[in-house]
Design a protein around this ligand. Structure first.
Ligand SMILES: O=C(O)CCC(=O)C(=O)O
Ligand SMILES: [Fe+2]
Length: 261
């Protein structure tokens, strides 16, 4: 059992029940229309303070400071674009990251390993099955963003991203996205340039702590705006794959976490 989840509103423990099916259908409809859905108060209100408190000291003392400049593609070059094309503009991303192997049996780890969670996500994503990663570092990451830190514009490499906001900042740290800015057939470099140069109006959402967010970010550009104020934005990111046993390479681990093991 996972006693941190608001099973009253989100009956993940009853797969196949009418309430579960209704929830899955609702989430699927939102995903199709908006490219994302949010389950507010997914973590029980009284379980949230402990879920945050158990991670804060680790974030403060042991986090990897992940700071880099990247473009929206996380790629140094795109064959069909000149190096000075505005779609390739690099921006700074910076946060503190901790990995699953630093979290013991924290609530976020218990949630990740509770199999009805993957079962629910698979149903929502229309997959036969989803699996947790075998990678001891990448399975679950928790990111802390303090004043001035941000996750800049990018397209995700994975089809979907699952996050749980643990603590919201006073100001800033909002999730912004431009839905379907590109497609499998059309990279829309001009639209990307417009977005990066401020000529588009991305959607901005403010999430409450305890909200689970599922987001299809492969072709929807998105970012987290810079955090302002004394309270950090703290968010957990869960990684699921369609096959079991997935691990990162050593190079990927060093790139993301500054260490291989
Ligand atoms: O921190 C967030 O809300 C978004 C995370 C994200 O975009 C990602 O992990 O790719
Ligand atoms: Fe992303």
């Amino acid at each position: 059992m996972c006693d941190h989840i608001n099973l009253q509103d989100y009956p993940l423990d009853q797969p196949g029940s009418p309430k579960w099916i209704a929830l899955v259908d609702d989430c699927k409809a939102k995903l199709a229309k908006e490219g994302l859905f949010n389950l507010a108060a997914f973590i029980k209100v009284d379980a949230l303070p402990k879920a945050v408190a158990e991670l804060k000291p680790v974030l403060e003392a042991e986090a990897f400071i992940h700071a880099r400049k990247h473009n929206i593609y996380f790629k140094n070059e795109i064959e069909e674009l000149p190096a000075d094309h505005p779609a390739l503009t690099k921006f700074e991303t910076s946060n503190r990251t901790i990995c699953a192997d630093q979290m013991g049996q924290a609530a976020v780890i218990q949630l990740y390993e509770w199999s009805p969670f993957a079962q629910f996500l698979a149903a929502v994503m229309d997959k036969p099955e989803l699996f947790t990663m075998q990678d001891p570092l990448a399975r679950v990451n928790v990111m802390g963003y303090h004043e001035g830190q941000a996750l800049n514009w990018h397209f995700d490499r994975s089809e979907f991203t699952t996050t749980l906001l643990l603590q919201a900042p006073e100001v800033g740290g909002e999730f912004e996205y431009d839905q379907d800015l590109r497609s499998e057939d059309d990279p829309n470099y001009a639209g990307v340039a417009d977005l990066l140069e401020g000529r588009r109006n991305p959607t901005r959402i403010v999430l409450e702590p305890g909200t689970l967010n599922i987001f299809k970010g492969k072709n929807t550009a998105h970012r987290v705006t810079p955090v302002k104020g004394d309270r950090d934005r703290i968010i957990a990111v869960f990684s699921f794959y369609e096959r079991p046993g997935v691990q990162f390479s050593e190079k990927e681990r060093i790139g993301f976490y500054g260490r291989a093991a």
